[in-house]
Design a protein. Sequence first.
Length: 261
Amino acid sequence: MIDEGKHPVLSLRDVSKTFTSRQGAVEALSGISLDIRAAEVVCVLGPSGGGKSTLLALMAGLDAPSDGEILCNGVRVVEPGPDRVVIFQEHALFPWLTVAGNLEFGLRMKGVDRALRRARAAEALRMVHLSRFADHYIHQLSGGMKQRVALARALVMDPSILLLDEPFGALDPETKDRLLGELQNIWETTHKTIVFVTHNVREAVCIGDRVVLLSAHPGRIKREYRVELPRPRHINDPDVADLSETILSDFKTELDPEGAP
């Protein structure tokens, strides 16, 4: 369980984001305030186009809020940092490198010596059950395996916070279910802080300690839900299904009809 007495590792203070388009100003997020504590798994749930990915980019330091501020361990976020790693739906792996080469790349850029690079890459591959594919190239892997490599590449950098932007959205249901289980196992081993963006209610309930529901256009926090079900969870567990139905009902009630899933 999360220790409520701990200071948050990520704090969003009245964060808003407005973009300028040919049609004028577009407000993507409005007045987001949220605290995320160490080892907590927070799922950000909302409709497509509701500002979820924008919120994750702000947490990562890939973009700056128009108003408000974001703090990571008490320090204002103004740029990307090694304490926060993003995993996107598109894996963005280097096709000219092997699986191991992809994992070692960031460490090599940081000047980590060869022996330690290899040891850390091997450990990360064990965590995602891909040890025997270390010498394969990316085109030789399935979609699910590519996402596991992307996850291992993030883990090898040993960030304190993992930011996942709908990483399983393009996968088939069976592969997605398996990766949701593996992500829970990784959390049990590492207890890293995870922010997981999704528009799938059952995904959110399956892995989250807390589900944060965003409204549509602009994204505002409409409601938060505590998930106190024991782990590991499966996406088709009856308790997961029951809570998912409750959240989905609120989802449809609170969002405008055009934004509801």
